[in-house]
Every structure is written in structure tokens, then in C-alpha cells.
Design a protein around this ligand. Structure first.
Ligand code: SF4
Length: 281
């Protein structure tokens, strides 16, 4: 070794010659747009100090709500219920079966189910145990069998074999809570009595700061206050579609999302706007 020339040691700071220096999130404000083709890295953005938030920002401001609705209309103009059905009864059964399952999974089961038991009276004549094998693949099949058979018996005995188009009556059926009742009323009867709140609506209502609540009944009340009634049915379908397509639970596809610059969700994967840490589940 030539005297005076000492082999380079790695710097104690962790930096060394030629190393690429990433700008810290503090310097970039935590916002680092991703170039086309680049896989977006999770945003490390921190909550902006209150004084640096956009002046006058209000998540529930009518102009913001109108903009969200406008963009959803452009994205999903024909959003509707993805559960296959030909009657209010079939939709009721499919919705009960869809709990903790996917619509695709339910749609695999129901055609054969309704071929085997074509009427409400056919279901009412069953015991839950008899129905179990037919709905097993949708999960939680014992409870679901009990609900479907119980609902059928009540529809036959108290409502003359017709699914009622009244929310209070629907809510008396076994296995029917507000989500199922709203699906049947909105999709089949075209009656807006509430907003369907499922797992997608829960997540996205929080990400878009339309609700700070975590339980479905409170989220529904929050949405009913800010979404115009004539939009309740379509809005829920649009949000559900958005939740399936882009605003998925883990690593939402924010880089492709048309709502991106009006969404401050705390778990965005890419952002051009400030992040609001609590706007997530
Ligand atoms: S920007 Fe991301 S988090 Fe916000 S709505 Fe779109 S996909 Fe969801």
C-alpha cells in the first residue's frame, strides 16, 4: 500500500460517496408524487400543523361534498347492487348471505339455491339445518340458515308472502339490520330510507372525512346529514364500487384515484395534498 493512502472506511454517519441522498419528508412536506411506472411508496407524511392547513378547509363543506358526488358520478354513473336477484325476496336472501362474504361468492350459490327453492313458501317450509348445506360456502352458514328460514316464515305468516317495503317492518325480520333493509329498499323498491353502510362505506366515509365514527349506525346518520337524500342509494353503490376497485383496505390505489386531490386520508399511499392523520379506520 502506498504510504499516506488509507482505504476508505464507511462513514459513521451512514452516508458515503455516491450514495443517493433522499430528501426527507420534512423538506418535501411529506408529499412525493410518483412518476408514471414507479411503484408508489407509502406516504410518510405527518399531520400538518393546524396553521398550515388550507384556510377554510371543512370536510363537510357543501362545495366539497358536491365535488365528491360529481366525481363519483363521473367514475361510476351506473353503479348498482352486484348481487344477482329477480325479486325482493331473492335480494333479501342474497344480502343476508353476503355478510362476511363476497358478492361473487354469493352469486355462485344463489342461482342453484333459487332453482331448488323457487318461492318464499319453499324456504319457510325448511328447517335451518336443511338449508345449511346449500349456503355453507358463504361462511357463517348456521346463522345465515337460521336468518333466511326465520325471515321466510315471518314473511309468509305476517306479510302475506310479500317482502315489506317498509323499513320498520323489514327490521322485524330475523337477520335483517339496517344495512340489509337499506339494500332491499333502495335497490328493489327504490326507496331512500337510509344509506347502506358496509365495510367499504365505513372505511371510505372515514378516509374522506365524512364521518369520524366507526360504527355503522352512527356513520349512516352522519352520511344522511351531508349527502342529499336523492343521492343516498346511488352514493352507497358508488362508494362500494370505489372500495372494490381503488380505495381498497390495504394500500389503496391513490395514484389512480380521481378523488385524490380532495382526499386527505391518513393511510393514503400517494398524495399531492396534506394528510390528516386521523382520517382512516
Ligand atoms: S385518494 Fe386513496 S384513500 Fe383517498 S379515496 Fe382515493 S384511493 Fe381512497
Amino acid at each position: 500500500m502506498v504510504r499516506g493512502i488509507v482505504p476508505r472506511q464507511p462513514a459513521k454517519t451512514g452516508r458515503h460517496e455516491g450514495a443517493r441522498i433522499e430528501r426527507s419528508p420534512r423538506k418535501t412536506g411529506g408529499l412525493r408524487p410518483v412518476r408514471p411506472g414507479q411503484i408508489p411508496a407509502p406516504t410518510q407524511a405527518k399531520k400538518m400543523p393546524q396553521e398550515r392547513r388550507a384556510k377554510g378547509y371543512g370536510p363537510l363543506a357543501p362545495e366539497r361534498i358536491a365535488e365528491i358526488l360529481k366525481r363519483l358520478d363521473q367514475l361510476y354513473p351506473d353503479a348498482t347492487c352486484a348481487l344477482t336477484h329477480r325479486s325482493a325476496w331473492e335480494l333479501l336472501v342474497a344480502t343476508i348471505l353476503s355478510a362476511q362474504s363476497t358478492d361473487v361468492n354469493v352469486n355462485r350459490v344463489t342461482p342453484e339455491l333459487f332453482r331448488k327453492y323457487p318461492t318464499v313458501a319453499d324456504f319457510a317450509a325448511l328447517t335451518p339445518e336443511q338449508l345449511e348445506p346449500d349456503v355453507r360456502s358463504t361462511g357463517f352458514f348456521r346463522n345465515k340458515s337460521k336468518s333466511v328460514v326465520g325471515a321466510a316464515k315471518k314473511v309468509v305468516s305476517e306479510f302475506g308472502g310479500q317482502v315489506p317495503d317498509d323499513i320498520d317492518k323489514l327490521l322485524t325480520l330475523p337477520g335483517v339490520a339496517r344495512k340489509t333493509a337499506n339494500v332491499v329498499l333502495g335497490t328493489w323498491f327504490r326507496k331512500a330510507e337510509g344509506v347502506v353502510v358496509d365495510t367499504h362505506v365505513t372505511r371510505i366515509a372515514r378516509r374522506l372525512e365524512l364521518s369520524k365514527n366507526t360504527d355503522a349506525p352512527k356513520i349512516e346518520q352522519d352520511l344522511m346529514k351531508v349527502i342529499p337524500r336523492e343521492k343516498w342509494i346511488l352514493f352507497a353503490h358508488q362508494i362500494i364500487w370505489h372500495g372494490r376497485k381503488l380505495c381498497i383496505a390495504r394500500r389503496p390505489k391513490c395514484v389512480d384515484c380521481a378523488l385524490e386531490n380532495i382526499c386527505h386520508a391518513g393511510d393514503k399511499t400517494w398524495s399531492t395534498v396534506e394528510i390528516h392523520k386521523n382520517a382512516k379506520l
